[in-house]
Ligand binder design. Structure first.
Ligand SMILES: [Zn+2]
Length: 268
């Protein structure tokens, strides 16, 4: 007899969602392009429970699956954009580095629509926390940093209150919502291009990750050195500036003294 283990698990999970949370939000959010180009979804929201069950929600319960939507870059490194509408007031609420998770990642907070978009696994971030972000402004360049098996954008999405606190935290995904759910989001794409028909890269040689991480460590160490050097260079140049000023002052005093000696000699 066929025994539906998978169905039983889904049933239990759905009861949990039904009891404690909701995935459909009251307000409809409008979003524009996330990136320049057109990249296919390589992992849907809610997939792969086994892979993500180690991630816990605020109550300590394992999340019910992938808590974002992944778009596979097919080997490219696209420019990532602010996707919120022209009418929205948008600020960058976080940027950071997380070697074993999101890699280089950032959060954009749309204060007008009361929601947040999270981009992960970037190569570089072009904005700073606290900065106001323009419509469709470039915010980062995509890559495969952090816990990632290939170049892709992990896009997280959630609704917030007026202070920016995440809502719906009991929905089984700690508040994260499916950005591809048409009941939550209206997509208004500005640069619709032909969808890429290449298969997204979702897995790769594990050695590649190890090599990449090594290089990232080296890169970060070098970056740290450069920052320190720049700081000491700045200190040195300000010290040099001070020395120059005191030399100029001494020269002037010397000049004054010389003049006084000359005046004295003339009056003899
Ligand atoms: Zn993801």
């Amino acid at each position: 007899m066929w025994f539906p283990f998978e169905n039983i698990r889904n049933f239990i999970l759905s009861v949990r969602i039904g009891k404690t949370g909701r995935d459909i939000i009251r307000t409809m959010i409008t979003l524009h392009d996330l990136f320049i180009g057109n990249f296919p979804v390589s992992q849907n929201f809610g997939e792969n429970y086994e892979t993500y069950k180690w991630i816990k929600d605020y109550l300590g319960n394992p999340i019910l699956g992938h808590n974002g939507v992944d778009f596979g870059y097919n080997g490219q490194s696209p420019i990532l954009l602010n996707p919120f509408p022209k009418t929205s007031e948008v600020v960058c609420s976080f940027t950071g580095w997380d070697k074993d998770g999101y890699g280089w990642w950032l959060r954009l907070w749309d204060k007008t629509q009361s929601c947040v978009i999270l981009y992960a696994h970037a190569q570089e971030i072009n904005i700073k926390a606290g900065e106001t972000i323009r419509f469709q402004q470039q915010v980062a360049i995509g890559d495969s940093t952090g816990w990632s098996t290939g170049p892709h954008l992990h896009c997280g999405f959630y609704i917030v209150d007026a202070q920016g606190n995440k809502l719906n935290r009991d929905n089984g995904y700690d508040g994260y919502l499916n950005v591809m759910n048409k009941k939550n989001v209206t997509w208004n794409l500005l640069n619709p291009t032909k969808p890429s028909d290449a298969t997204p890269i979702v897995d790769c040689d594990p050695q590649w990750r190890i090599d990449r991480d090594k290089n990232w460590d080296l890169y970060l160490a070098e970056k740290e050195k450069v920052t320190l050097l720049q700081a000491s260079e700045a200190k040195l140049s300000s010290a040099l500036e001070q020395e120059r000023a005191s030399v100029a002052l001494a020269k002037q005093e010397c000049q004054t003294l010389k003049q006084r000696v000359l005046d004295f000699a003339n009056n003899l």
